[in-house]
Design a protein around this ligand. Structure first.
Ligand SMILES: Nc1nc2c(c(=O)[nH]1)N[C@H]1C(S)=C(S)[C@@H](COP(=O)(O)O)O[C@H]1N2
Ligand SMILES: [Mo]
Length: 398
């Protein structure tokens, strides 16, 4: 059982290079081994991404390679993962970002507001982990359908924009009976399809508005189209899907959205069970960490083991590292500035590794004492994996 898990993990780490290379060789004929050509090319709308730092799973899904992202805390925009449920809108929507309008509903004085107007209302900055619900899906043994993300469907991003509560105050406060905050994405839905089945419209408990912002800036530059520019709803501590890109409507509603992505999508249920509205929704994130270096091989002697850790909605309190597959643990040191409870923190532990194979794992604990479990119960779509054992790496030293 344990071996099966390890085997699957190895396959995945190798997949970025080896498995793809085999396919290329097969297609190009014998003799033309070209490792550099094994990857799918970057799609046009994200041609500006760092091709060496990401794995292109599909036109709509790019993963940051494990080991990328650095140790300085913030994920560079050109390495950050991409996940689109629907084809992204065209670049024309970011040509004049201040002209983009969001319709604010479910407040006493509902109306449309342009980004230009929002910029006059107020501004704040939050560092927050953006993480896809399916990050870690590849580690499950039940072949959960969906993109086979390992750890790279996540990043730590600085978002700047106006706090949602400031916008709500400006528009006279919440309308009576508002229980949810519902954001609708600005994609054009192809004709001939029931919009409810494809539209990205997500509801979260209305309390989440206290920390939410409507962001026009990411890591010091206007939010790129691919990451939701001109305006994105950012809900710190909540899984990626709730952070609606190119937001066109922000509504305070009595009910959750009736879109499929809300009703049956992103619901946690046992393997083999269909999604339904009474199952838990992918809202708040839990505590999680993973090692980013070393990954496969290391020289003998001293090595700086590093990775990232975050608490989800709570601040991360500590992270421990094991070099013997979880038999013994040592507390790692957080490095760099603490960017707040919703950010991740890079960590480091210096270790002396003897020749041989070492299973290196990390285990984070949040401020409430919640620690990552050793194993994580499988669920149908492979959401929310934070079990430390599957996230461990086997490193060969010598
Ligand atoms: N409008 C819109 N917002 C969206 C999505 C989308 O397809 N359309 N995908 C969601 C999902 S599932 C994730 S994980 C994140 C991905 O954000 P990124 O592409 O900026 O990394 O955006 C979320 N917001
Ligand atoms: Mo996602």
């Amino acid at each position: 059982m344990h071996n099966a898990v390890l085997h699957r993990r190895h396959f995945i780490i190798g997949a970025a290079g080896t498995a793809g290379a085999v396919a290329t060789v097969g297609m190009a004929g014998p003799g033309s081994v070209a490792l550099a050509q094994d990857a799918k090319p970057l799609p046009d709308y994200v041609a500006w991404k760092d091709a060496d730092a990401v794995i292109v799973h599909s036109n709509n899904t790019l993963e940051m390679k494990r080991g990328q992202g650095g140790t300085s805390g913030i994920t560079p925009a050109d390495q950050l993962y991409i996940r689109n449920n629907v084809t992204a809108p065209g670049e024309e929507i970011v040509a004049d970002p201040d002209a983009w309008s969001v319709s604010v509903e479910g407040v006493r004085n509902p109306r449309g507001m342009t980004v230009g107007e929002l910029k006059k209302l107020g501004v704040d900055t939050v560092a927050a982990v953006l993480q896809c619900s399916g990050n870690g899906r590849a580690f499950f043994d039940h072949e959960a359908s969906g993109t086979q993300w390992t750890v790279g469907a996540a990043g730590n991003v600085l978002w700047s924009g106006v706090p949602v509560r400031v916008v709500v105050e400006e528009l006279g406060g919440l309308a009576d009976g508002a229980k949810f905050m519902t954001g609708t994405g600005g994609e054009t839905i192809p004709e001939g399809i029931d919009p409810k089945t494809v539209m990205v419209e997500r509801s979260v408990p209305v309390e989440a508005m206290e920390n939410a912002i409507l962001a026009w800036e990411m890591n010091g530059a206007p939010v790129p189209l691919a990451h939701g520019g001109p305006l994105r709803l950012v809900i710190p501590g909540y899984f990626g899907v709730n952070n609606v890109k190119y937001i066109k409507t922000l509504a305070f509603t009595e009910q959750e959205s009736d879109a499929k992505i809300q009703q049956s999508g992103y619901r946690v249920r046992p393997v083999g069970v269909k999604g339904a509205p009474d199952q838990p929704s992918m809202w708040e994130m839990g505590v999680k960490s993973w090692v980013t270096h070393p990954l496969m091989e290391a020289g003998t002697g001293r090595v700086q083991i590093h990775g990232v850790a975050f608490g989800g909605t709570n601040p991360v309190e500590k992270v421990e590292v094991s070099t013997d597959g979880g038999q013994s643990w040592q507390e790692a040191r957080f490095i760099g500035p603490d960017l707040g409870r919703y950010a991740w923190r890079p960590f480091v532990l210096a270790a002396e590794l003897a020749p041989g194979t070492h299973t290196i794992a990390s285990r984070a604990t949040d401020s409430q004492g919640n620690a990552q479990p050793e194993e994580f119960e499988p669920n149908e779509r492979g959401y929310g994996h934070n079990g430390w054992r599957d996230h461990a790496v086997d490193v060969t030293v010598g």
